[in-house]
Design a protein around this ligand. Structure first.
Ligand SMILES: CC(=O)SCCNC(=O)CCNC(=O)[C@H](O)C(C)(C)COP(=O)(O)OP(=O)(O)OC[C@H]1O[C@@H](n2cnc3c(N)ncnc32)[C@H](O)[C@@H]1OP(=O)(O)O
Ligand SMILES: CC(C)C(=O)C(=O)O
Ligand SMILES: [Mg+2]
Length: 564
C-alpha cells in the first residue's frame, strides 16, 4: 500500500552546489562517442540471455549501424560469453575500425579469465567496475571508503600488469565507479583520480572514465551538475575520455544523457531501444535520432529502422513498444482529425530538399525507411483530413472540400457503429457504396451527341436504365451537362462541378464530382469515374440523383414507421 507520508520512507536527493554551472547554455553540435552495451548490460537483463547465434546476429547489426565501440560480453560470467568473445576473435569477425569491450569485477580470478578471453585480439577495451556509493560500501561490502578505493586500485594494477605482458594487443582501459550518481562527489573524484594515476593515463593515451547512473535517482539536471562537477574537478581531465551510462529508473535516461553531454561528457553508453537492467539503459536510437532532428548527423545509420527493430526484438525476445520514439509501429500514425488535417496540408506543401516542416511529425518517416502508408489512419476520432488523405493515396481521388466534409460523415457513422479503425480499403469500399455503386433508379448505359449546332446548343441522346427498364431520351442544353439534365426531365440544379484525371497514359481515367440540388432538396454530391470526362460527368449526375431519391425514400420510410 502506498504510504500517506512517503517522506518517512524515501528521501529527496540533495542538489549539487554548483552555482556557476555552464551546461544549461550549451548546445550539442556534434555526436558523442557511442558505445553499445546491448550484448552486455542489455544481455544481462534478459529473461533468457542470448545464445551465441543471437549475439552474433546482434553484433553484426550493431556494426552495420556504425558503432565503433561495442561491449560484447562479461566473459568471466559464463562459458557462453567467454566463447562468444573467442568466436569474434578466432573467426576474425571484428572490423578494423571497431573495438570490442568486455566487463569484469575487480576480482583476481575474474580478471585473469577476462584477459584470457581476449587473447589475440587486435584491440580491446577492458572495463573494470566496482560500486562506490555509501549504500554499497555499507550494505554489500561492509568496507570503508579507503578499502573500497583499494578494490578499484587492485583491479586497475592487475589489468595494467596483464596488459603489459600482452603487447600484441592494443589495450584500452575503462573504469566505472558503479552507482556514481549516488556517491559523494568528493569521494567519487578521489577514487577516479587514483585509478587514472594507477593506470598511467596520459593525454596521448587516455583512459575511459565512465560515470554511471546505475540506478537513476535524480532529476536529469542534478546528474548534469554531477558530470559538470567531475569534468571541472578531475585531476587529469586531459587524460580522460569522460563517459556516461544512464539508466532509466525515473524514465528520464535520455534527458540525463543529453544534459550530461552538454555538461562535458564525451561518450555515451546505452542500448538500442532502451533495453537493459530494470527500466533499461539509455536508448541510443532515441538519442541518435534526437540529434538528427536538430540537424546533427549522429554517425549512426538508422535508415532502415524497421530492420534494426526486428533484429533487436528477435535477439532480445522483447517487443519494442508501438509508441517507442521514432521506431514504434504507431509513432508515425495520426488518428485524430485535426492532426490528420495538418499532416495532409504539411505533406502537400513540403518541397523536396527544403527544411522539414510537416506539423506533428518531428522527422520525415522516409529518412528511417518508413513509408507514409500508415501515417494517417482513420477511426471515429478522425475528421475529413485523414479520410481525404487515404482516398488520395489509395485511389488517386482528390475530393472537393465540401465533398470531403460530406463523405467524412459517412465514414464517421461507420467507425462509430463498429468502434473500430477503418483502413484504406474499407474507406474505399464505403466511398464506392455511397457514390459509385448505385444503379437504382437510374443507371447509365451510353450517350451520343447528336449535334452541336451552330446555335451553340448541344443535342444529346441518352441511354439509361430507369427502375431496371432501358430507355432512350433526347435533351437540349447549352452544354452536355445541361442537355443531359434536360433529357432526364428532372428538376436538377447543378451547383458546383470538379473534375480531374486519375493516373496517366492509356490507363488514365476521369473522376467527376457534381454538387447538385434535386427538386429543391438539400445539396448533395454525385461522383462518376469513367474512361472519359463526359461519361464521368453523366455518371456523377446520376449518382447524385440516385442518392437524393434514396434519401427521400428513406425519409418516407422513417415517417411511416413512427406510430401515429
Ligand atoms: C551495474 C552492472 O550492471 S554491474 C554488472 C553486473 N553484471 C553481472 O553481474 C552479470 C555477470 N555476473 C555474474 O554472472 C556473476 O556475478 C559472476 C559469475 C561474475 C560472479 O559470481 P559469484 O562469484 O557467484 O559472485 P557474485 O556475483 O554473487 O558476487 C558477489 C561477491 O562479489 C563482490 N563484488 C561484487 N561486485 C564486485 C566488484 N565489482 N568487484 C569486486 N568484488 C565485487 C561482492 O561484494 C560479493 O562478495 P562476497 O561474496 O565476499 O560477499
Ligand atoms: C558496469 C556499470 C557501468 C553498469 O552497468 C552500471 O553501473 O549501470
Ligand atoms: Mg548498467
Amino acid at each position: 500500500m502506498m504510504s500517506p507520508n512517503p517522506g518517512t520512507k524515501y528521501r529527496a536527493f540533495p542538489p549539487v552546489a554548483l552555482a556557476t554551472r555552464t551546461w544549461p547554455d550549451k548546445v550539442i553540435t556534434r555526436p558523442p562517442i557511442w558505445m553499445s552495451t546491448d550484448l552486455r548490460d542489455g544481455n544481462q537483463s534478459l529473461i533468457e540471455p542470448m545464445n551465441v547465434q543471437r549475439k552474433l546476429r546482434l553484433f553484426h547489426q550493431l556494426v552495420r549501424i556504425g558503432f565503433k565501440e561495442i561491449e560484447v560480453a562479461f566473459p568471466s560470467a559464463s562459458q557462453t560469453d567467454f566463447d562468444f568473445v573467442r568466436r569474434l576473435i578466432d573467426e576474425d569477425r571484428i572490423p578494423d575500425d571497431v573495438t570490442i569491450e568486455v566487463l569484469t569485477q575487480s576480482r583476481e580470478d575474474l580478471i585473469h579469465r577476462t584477459m584470457e578471453s581476449l587473447q589475440g585480439a587486435r584491440r580491446a577495451i577492458v572495463h573494470l567496475y566496482n560500486p562506490v556509493a555509501p549504500v554499497f560500501r555499507r550494505v554489500v561490502f561492509g568496507k570503508t571508503r579507503e578499502e573500497v578505493k583499494e578494490i578499484a586500485l587492485f583491479g586497475t594494477r592487475l589489468i595494467r600488469q596483464l596488459a603489459d605482458a600482452r603487447p600484441d594487443t592494443e589495450w584500452r582501459f575503462q573504469y566505472s565507479p558503479e552507482a556514481f550518481s549516488m556517491t559523494e562527489l568528493d569521494y567519487a573524484k578521489e577514487v577516479c583520480d587514483a585509478v587514472v594515476q594507477a593506470w598511467g593515463a596520459t593525454r596521448e593515451q587516455p583512459m575511459i572514465l565512465n560515470l554511471p547512473s546505475t540506478v537513476e535517482c535524480t532529476t536529469p539536471n542534478v546528474y548534469a551538475d554531477q558530470i559538470e562537477w567531475m569534468h571541472r574537478h578531475l585531476a587529469q581531465r586531459e587524460a580522460i575520455i569522460l563517459s556516461v551510462h544512464p539508466h532509466n529508473d525515473r524514465g528520464t535516461a535520455v534527458a540525463s544523457a543529453e544534459l550530461a553531454v552538454m555538461a562535458g561528457a564525451d561518450r555515451v553508453e546505452g542500448c538500442l531501444f532502451g533495453n537493459g537492467e530494470r527500466t533499461g539503459n539509455v536508448d541510443l536510437v532515441t538519442l541518435a535520432l534526437n540529434l538528427y532532428t536538430q540537424g546533427v548527423h549522429p554517425g549512426l545509420d538508422f535508415s532502415d529502422i524497421d530492420a534494426v527493430r526486428q533484429c533487436a526484438e528477435a535477439c532480445n525476445q522483447l517487443p519494442v513498444h508501438p509508441r517507442h520514439p521514432y521506431a514504434g509501429d504507431l509513432v508515425f500514425t495520426a488518428f485524430s482529425g485535426s492532426h490528420q488535417d495538418a499532416i495532409r496540408k504539411g505533406f502537400a506543401r513540403q518541397k523536396a530538399g527544403a527544411i522539414w516542416e510537416v506539423p506533428y511529425l518531428p522527422i520525415d518517416p522516409a529518412d528511417l525507411g518508413r513509408n507514409y502508408d500508415a501515417v494517417i489512419r482513420v477511426n471515429s476520432q478522425s475528421g475529413k483530413g485523414g479520410v481525404t488523405f487515404l482516398l488520395e493515396n489509395e485511389c488517386g481521388l482528390s475530393l472537393p472540400r465540401r465533398l470531403q466534409i460530406e463523405f467524412s460523415r459517412v465514414v464517421q457513422q461507420a467507425t462509430d457503429a463498429t468502434g473500430k479503425e477503418a483502413d484504406a480499403r474499407h474507406i474505399r469500399t464505403l466511398f464506392e457504396r455511397e457514390y459509385l455503386d448505385h444503379r437504382m433508379p437510374y443507371a447509365y448505359n451510353g450517350h451520343a451527341v447528336t449535334s452541336s449546332a451552330s446555335d451553340g446548343m448541344t443535342r444529346l441522346e441518352i441511354d439509361v436504365d430507369h427502375q431496371g427498364r432501358r430507355i432512350t431520351r433526347h435533351g437540349l442544353g447549352n452544354g452536355p451537362i445541361d442537355a443531359f439534365v434536360d433529357a432526364l426531365g428532372l428538376n436538377i440544379r447543378v451547383m458546383d462541378y470538379h473534375e480531374h484525371a486519375i493516373g496517366s497514359g492509356a490507363d488514365a481515367k476521369a473522376a467527376c464530382y457534381v454538387e447538385l440540388r434535386v427538386d429543391g432538396g438539400p445539396t448533395l454530391f454525385g461522383v462518376g469515374i469513367a474512361g472519359n470526362i463526359l461519361t464521368a460527368s453523366f455518371k456523377a449526375l446520376l449518382s447524385g440523383v440516385n442518392r437524393h431519391l434514396l434519401a427521400v425514400a428513406q425519409e418516407v420510410q422513417r415517417a411511416e414507421a413512427v406510430p401515429a
